[in-house]
Design a protein around this ligand. Structure first.
Ligand SMILES: Cc1ncc(COP(=O)(O)O)c(C=O)c1O
Length: 443
């Protein structure tokens, strides 16, 4: 392992707090070099190949250069006037992505957002507007319901709070089971939106978009697909079928800062209904937007269809990557991640004391290390202790639990790491730990 790249354990809170206190003059923290040192010593380096903790990691070097470039201009992509080239770049990139989804480019639209959670907010807001356009002026006066796949990201419930729907009116359904349950819920609750997930946060599952969207549309219900994590499978001819049916969705969230390692944020919201995006978000601001005949038909002031005023030129990062390396670069990247995933899965399957939690559909590999898979508590203790021990060796893996099951490792295959090195380390620590856990448990 490359020891030059250190993962730092979270340092003692009080020591670090002391170092960052704003009004106290810190002798050794005045130059940029000092700050570089402070950050290096007290921030996790996600480019470490063994940063396997969340659904992102590493930073694409081309896109990092673009990030610096656009920050140099420090402008806002709300009007063409102040960001002409970035405006056209965003429009080009959105057009390309709409085609990738399979939407009719003339009738659909999209904007870059500050992340997947915000893209989900756009999806739910557009759905609410389509359901009842009077709410924009009058506010909510009736109870509204939202159906969500039980594997949905927590941002959906937060968004229900933001939109005045209320978290309790978000109803989860099991998108993997037959559609009987969903149809019953559609009839009973008449939801304004159904939120599905393509690439769930923990298991990396994909809801069956094709059949569920078809059913929801029979009930005239807006379907939002959260493809924040899974969307990038669309770049691969071999794996894009995971998202079969996405072209029927009413709206989609898609992140490029996860699997593609672009600097955070790089996320898009896309909708099949161009008119709904504009009418939902439009607010007159004469001091800012020029509604002249030349600008309006060309839709050049993108800020007229965003929820927030100022926005960075984040689309430029994906745009330059496509221009410089071409689509095949993205396809190869996704395919090589799937190959690494397969290699990890094969090794887990043949090694003793390693057990997969489920066969992965996407890039998340979920597994446990235990010498007694039937003992949930012992398995959990072993996994949690191994995680702690791994941290001391600069290996950071997320641990999760579903329901009353055991805690398990979730390795998102985004960084390029050495499979044998990782599993050998788990085996080495796990073997000692599980013996200790046994001694402790049975003494
Ligand atoms: C499925 C899914 N949707 C949305 C998000 C949120 O994305 P962001 O962190 O860009 O807001 C995540 C984050 O991991 C996610 O896994």
């Amino acid at each position: 392992m490359n020891q030059a790249i250190q993962l730092q354990n979270p340092p003692e809170y009080s020591l670090l707090q002391d170092k960052v206190t704003l009004l106290k003059k810190i002798d050794n923290c005045q130059t940029m070099n000092d700050f570089q040192k402070l950050f290096r010593e007290h921030c996790i380096n996600t480019s470490n190949p063994y940063f396997l903790n969340q659904l992102y990691g590493n930073v694409d070097q081309t896109a990092l250069q673009v990030e610096h470039l656009i920050s140099n201009y420090n402008t806002n992509v709300y009007t063409y006037e102040v960001a002409p080239v970035f405006t056209l770049i965003e429009k080009e990139t959105v057009k390309y992505l709409l085609k990738k989804i399979g939407f009719d480019v003339e009738k659909s639209d999209g904007i870059f957002t500050q992340g997947g959670s915000i893209s989900n907010l756009y999806g739910m807001l557009l759905a609410r507007h389509q359901h009842n356009r009077k709410i924009k002026q009058d506010g909510i006066s009736q109870k509204l319901y939202c159906l969500i796949s039980e594997a949905s990201h927590y941002s959906i419930k937060k968004n229900a709070n933001i939109l005045g729907i209320g978290e309790d009116n978000v109803i989860e359904f099991k998108a993997h089971q037959n559609n009987y349950d969903l149809e019953r819920l559609l009839k009973e609750f008449k939801p304004f939106v159904v939120c599905l997930v393509a690439g769930s946060t923990v298991l990396g599952d994909f809801d069956n978009l094709d059949t569920i969207i078809t059913l929801c549309h029979q009930y005239h219900t807006w379907v939002h697909v959260d493809a924040s994590f899974g969307g990038c499978a669309l770049f691969s001819s071999e794996h894009k079928n995971l998202l079969g049916g996405i072209e029927m969705a009413d709206s989609v969230s898609w992140n490029f800062h996860k699997v593609l390692s672009l600097p955070i944020p790089c996320s898009v919201f896309l909708t099949r209904h161009k008119d709904v995006l504009r009418s939902t978000t439009y607010k007159e601001a004469r001091y800012l937007f020029r509604e002249t005949d030349e600008i309006e038909p060309l839709d050049l002031d993108i800020g007229q269809k965003t929820l927030f005023c100022g926005r960075k030129a984040d689309a430029t990062k994906l745009y330059v990557l496509l221009k410089v390396h071409g689509e095949s670069y993205l396809e190869n990247k996704i395919d090589s991640l799937f190959k690494l995933r397969d290699r990890l899965v094969r090794e887990i399957e043949i090694r003793k004391r390693f057990y997969l939690i489920c066969q992965p559909t996407y890039l998340n590999v979920c597994f446990v290390y235990t010498d007694d898979i039937s003992d949930i508590e012992k398995t959990s203790q072993t996994v949690l202790s191994i995680r702690q021990r791994l941290l001391e060796e600069n290996i950071m893996i997320g641990v999760h639990q579903i329901g009353a099951g055991p805690h398990f490792f979730r390795v998102p295959v985004i960084n390029q790491f050495d499979v044998d090195f990782l599993l050998d380390a788990i085996d080495r620590f796990g073997f000692n730990i599980s013996n200790n856990v046994s001694a402790h448990t049975f003494s």
